[in-house]
Every structure is written in C-alpha cells, then in structure tokens.
Design a protein around this ligand. Structure first.
Ligand SMILES: Nc1nc2c(ncn2[C@@H]2O[C@H](COP(=O)(O)OP(=O)(O)O)[C@@H](O)[C@H]2O)c(=O)[nH]1
Ligand SMILES: [Mg+2]
Length: 334
C-alpha cells in the first residue's frame, strides 16, 4: 500500500486535474484488452474502467479478447456484457497469443482513440486520461512506462537490457517497449500488423513506419490474482522478433540491399585473399595448397556468392507479391 501511495505521488499533480482538463472534442474511445485466464480480475477491472471512461464524457467501448481461456473468464465477460453492453468480447476458439488478440481487437475497434491494457489489474485505468492528453497534443502513439515496476528483480533487469538494445537498434529511446498500457490514434492500429510475438515491438513498428511515438510514466501495481503467463521463452522469442521487425520494416521490399551488401563484402574479402595467394605463388613461388588462408579465402568467396543469391531470390519473391506495397498515406490534397 505504501508503494502504491508513493506511485500516486510522483504522478501528481495531474491525475484528477488532468481528467477535467482534457478536451476530447467528441472523439470516441475504444479500450482493447487481451486476456488469458484472468477470471478473478475482470469484474473489478470493468468497474474501474467504467468509472474512468464515464468521466471523460464521450462515447466509449471496451473490447475484451478472450484468447481461449480455460477458466471462467468468458462467463465473467458474459455477465459484464449483460450489465453494460459497452463491454464487448471476442472469444477465440483456442489460444493464439497476445499479438493475435491485439490484432483482432484493433480490427474491431471503432474509436478515434484506441487504448490497450492488460487484464490483470497491474495497469491502472486512471492513467487513460494522461495517455489521451498526449495524443491530443499531437502524438500518434503513447506508450506507458512502468517506472516503478512491481515485478520480480530478474524480470526487471532483463527487461532493462531488452529495452536498451531495442532502443539502440530501432533508434527510438523508450524505457518500456512491452508495457501493456498504450494509447493510439485510430490510424496507427488500422495500418500496422501485429502477429507472432510482435506485440512487444508495436512502438518500434510505428516509429519505423513514420508515426510520432512517445512515452509517459504510469503507475504499475502488483499482480493481485493468478500468475504471469510469460515464462523465460519471452527472452529468446524477443530477439528473433526484433530481427523480424527490422527486416520487415526496413528491408522487406529491398532484400538485396541487406543480403547483397553482406555478400559483396564477404566476396571482396575472399577474392582479395585468393588474389594475394595467387600473386605470392607466381612472384615468390609460395605454394597455395595447405595454407589455412587459402580455405579462409574460399570460404569468404562462397559465402559471399550465397548471400548475394539469397538477396536476389528475395527480390524475386518481393516483385511477384503485389500486396507488399503497403504505403501508409498521411494526407492527400484534391
Ligand atoms: N490474448 C492473450 N493474452 C495473454 C496471453 N498471455 C497473457 N495474456 C494477457 O496479457 C496480459 C499480461 O500478461 P501477464 O501474464 O500479466 O504478463 P506480465 O505482466 O508481463 O508478467 C494479461 O492481461 C494477460 O491476461 C495470451 O496467450 N493471449
Ligand atoms: Mg501482468
């Protein structure tokens, strides 16, 4: 309780004042909540959400995505929907993962502003107005930053490293890429695609797609019920997904620029080594065979040709699939 109090303090002033101050100009809000086995939290979460959203005096809806929960989550959602039909639910036949759930939620969202949050009560609905005020200020995506995070130390430290590395590679400094609590203008969620475990990189995808992204510190609570659904596998998957994000946003349409460059450098190195050995043979009569350098040269040359070929094949695939040109249009005149 003490920690919670302190969290509330550093976030002041603002919380309550903020709520009165923001002017949504009749823009509507959709809250998307992916969940997996969170039966204990849902009613409490809905009550808190209703309180905050009603106070914004605008049209709102909440879309729960029940991702094949095996507990009584869906029954709870049914109950909540009966009491208030602004609470909606999409139930998956089986577990597809958080990214798939978010993607479906984004597809169904009708609001001008879209909020995502976790269902486990660790994110605080009272932060929603703070996030929204940033969107009103001109940002396209506002990510929460669990500055005082209520999670085990091991998770906190690996996450710190993850965020640092991701920030460096992506070129956007965020302290908390994977925060469940985020706010988007509609355009962002309708244009980006999340799949696999890509939900961790939504700010990266948005940034690399040209959207304005920022972060604000948000309150984070301890998990009250149930336990975390993500184990150690999150770290390995995280690395692969980062590679995918970089590749699909930067090089998908020009694979030769990546593979060709690596291939060319490798081939030049190999060719240089072999040329040197040949010159040595004829000028100084040093035999080529049996020298380790000979194999290194051959290796570089072959690997170089292979990378180049992969790049060319990539180009061919790219050219033959039409839907890759997903340009995001910002504005049009006339
Ligand atoms: N759709 C979907 N949501 C999930 C899945 N696993 C976890 N979640 C939800 O994602 C949110 C964060 O999960 P949690 O286990 O608290 O992760 P942590 O806070 O990072 O430890 C919660 O709302 C979960 O219910 C999943 O497989 N599918
Ligand atoms: Mg959690």
């Amino acid at each position: 309780m003490k920690g919670r109090k302190r969290d509330a303090d550093w976030n002041q002033p603002g919380k309550n004042q903020q709520k009165d101050r923001i002017n949504l100009n009749n823009k509507s809000i959709t809250v998307v909540i992916p969940l997996y086995n969170e039966e204990e939290s849902l009613v409490e979460l809905s009550v808190a959400l209703k309180k905050t959203l009603d106070s914004l005096r605008t049209n709102w809806e909440v879309i729960f995505i029940d991702d094949g929960s095996t507990d009584r989550s869906y029954l709870k959602l049914l109950e909540i929907h009966r009491v208030n039909s602004r609470f909606k639910c999409i139930k998956f036949k089986r577990n597809y993962g958080k990214s798939a759930a978010l993607q479906e939620g984004f597809k169904a969202a009708t609001g001008d502003y879209v909020i995502t949050m976790d269902a486990d009560l660790q994110d605080d609905p009272e932060e929603i107005p703070n996030l929204l005020s940033k969107l009103i200020g001109g940002y396209d995506l506002v990510s929460g930053w669990k500055k005082k995070r209520k999670d085990p130390i091991i998770k906190k430290s690996t996450s710190k490293l993850f965020n640092l590395v991701t920030s460096m590679i992506v070129g956007l400094r965020l302290h908390d890429y994977n925060c469940g609590l985020k706010a988007y203008v509609k355009d962002v969620v309708k244009n980006i695609k999340v799949y696999g475990e890509m939900h961790r990189y939504i700010p990266a995808i948005a940034h690399l797609s040209g959207y304005k992204v920022t972060e604000i510190p948000v309150v984070h609570h301890e998990r009250k019920y149930g336990k975390t659904k993500f184990g150690v596998s999150r770290f390995l998957n995280g690395i692969f997904d980062l590679i995918t994000v970089i590749f699909t946003t930067q090089y998908m349409k020009r694979p030769l620029h990546l593979f060709g460059l690596i291939g060319l450098l490798s081939f030049i190195a190999g060719f240089g080594i072999l040329l040197y050995l040949t010159i040595m043979k004829f000028v100084e009569s040093v035999p080529i065979s049996g020298r380790p350098l000979f194999f290194v040269g051959i290796l570089f040359a072959i690997v170089g040709v292979q990378f180049f070929s992969i790049g060319l094949i990539g180009e061919m695939i790219t050219k033959s699939s039409a839907d890759l040109d997903n340009v995001i249009i910002d504005k049009t005149l006339g």
